[in-house]
Ligand binder design. Structure first.
Ligand SMILES: Nc1nc2c(ncn2[C@@H]2O[C@H](COP(=O)(O)OP(=O)(O)OP(=O)(O)O)[C@@H](O)[C@H]2O)c(=O)[nH]1
Ligand SMILES: [Mg+2]
Length: 368
């Protein structure tokens, strides 16, 4: 699961990225052979896993993680190859969700590409680049199916009409959420080919907006700005003073508290940001207890327990027999697996069972 951090140049994307990776674990803990320097792994704290571990005292506790990708600044004309242009756009195409960083600090020593604090303007610039790039994709698809549609192929004709409708919508709107909703309303009856194409579009990705502010901005004004952006985008908007948080890491905890009070910077903004990032990916969390290791995992909403098994280990998927499932809510009320079992609260489920948020899962499988 990957989240791309996007925005205009010099809005603080890399600062947000470094902050996230600094507060997380070392990358070497994860079994990737190579990891791109601009991909950071961030462990997501989880109170339910903490509770499980507190009660059952395993030797090891492993939190689920998400990857953040620091994408270089997009500028006007990127879709036509300005700046590093399309390369960035293709980086964005492969992520599962987007964090759009907006600059709410003036600092004349840091060049700004629009020379003012204007988050709505920033959103418009970035969105139009994303949308222009989507239009290119739709156009080349139209070119491809036009001959077939003209020769009377019913399916192609239908797809052609849908794509034209989407294009028209994109031409008249800058609001990603609105476009996304429109697309999905018009997608009830499309074939696999078009469905796949639509899912490669940037405008269907979920976005959260991050206002990167600094101490110079007045809190009330900041909250008004937040509301404006919420109204304009219809999406989640979060606050973070990335540079301050980054600098704070240099101080001992007691000092950090004092500085927060002095500058009136709340201590839950990073936590919130990470939590909401998970939300934007439409994930649910499930838990496994294997030997001495307790672990939380993310999986896309509506995934089956077989998908979950595959995530843990391919052997588990291939040799899948069934799974034992109890939800965390039941465990919290009665933190004893034996009693839960006796009371029939541990269900045996087959491969098609849809994993629910908070499920504690034990996969039974044949070793091959
Ligand atoms: N005053 C102030 N400066 C900030 C803040 N956040 C970031 N900066 C500074 O802005 C400059 C650019 O920050 P980066 O994080 O590199 O910005 P970026 O969006 O990654 O920029 P590109 O990769 O060039 O697109 C750095 O000098 C940061 O220290 C902030 O909240 N206040
Ligand atoms: Mg950067």
């Amino acid at each position: 699961m990957e989240i791309g951090i996007i925005g205009l140049p010099n809005v603080g994307k890399s600062t947000v990225f470094s902050l996230l990776t600094r507060i997380s674990v070392g990358i070497d803990k994860f079994p990737f052979t190579t990891i791109d320097p601009n991909v950071g792994v961030v462990e997501v704290a989880d109170e339910r896993l903490d509770f499980l571990a507190e009660v059952l005292k395993p030797k090891k506790k492993t939190y689920a993680f998400i990857k953040f990708v620091d994408i270089a600044g997009l500028i006007k004309g990127a879709s036509k190859g300005e700046g590093l242009g399309n390369r960035f756009l293709s980086n964005i195409r492969s992520v599962d969700g987007i964090v759009h960083v907006l600059r709410i600090f003036s600092d004349s020593t840091v060049a700004s590409s629009i020379n003012k604090i204007d988050p709505i303007e920033e959103i418009k610039i970035i969105n139009s680049e994303l949308l222009l790039s989507d239009i290119q994709i739709l156009e080349s698809y139209l070119e491809k199916i036009l001959p077939k549609a003209n020769s009377g192929d019913k399916r192609s004709k239908q797809n052609l009409e849908i794509v034209k409708k989407i294009e028209e919508k994109i031409n008249f709107s800058i609001n990603l959420k609105e476009i996304k909703n429109f697309i999905f309303e018009n997608l009830k009856d499309v074939d696999k080919e078009l469905f796949y194409l639509i899912n490669t579009l940037l405008c269907v990705k979920d976005v959260i907006y991050l206002l990167n502010y600094d101490e110079m901005i007045e809190r009330n004004h900041l909250l008004e700005t937040k509301q404006k952006v919420e109204e304009f985008t219809g999406s989640k908007v979060l606050l973070l003073n990335a540079k301050f948080e980054m600098n704070l890491l240099e101080f001992p905890i007691e000092e950090q508290k004092k500085l927060r009070e002095e500058y009136k910077i709340p201590d839950d903004e990073i936590k919130n940001f990470i939590k909401e990032s998970v939300g934007v990916l439409n994930l649910v969390t499930f838990y496994t207890i294997v030997g001495e290791e307790f672990r939380s995992w993310f999986i896309k909403k509506n995934s089956t327990v077989l998908d979950a098994a595959g995530k843990i280990h391919t052997d588990m998927k291939e040799g899948f027999i069934n799974a034992e499932v109890v939800n965390f809510n039941d465990f919290k009320e009665c933190p004893d697996f034996k009693v839960l079992h006796k009371n029939g609260l541990i269900k045996i489920v087959g491969k098609d069972y849809v994993v629910k948020d908070g499920d504690i899962i034990k996969i039974n499988f044949r070793k091959t």
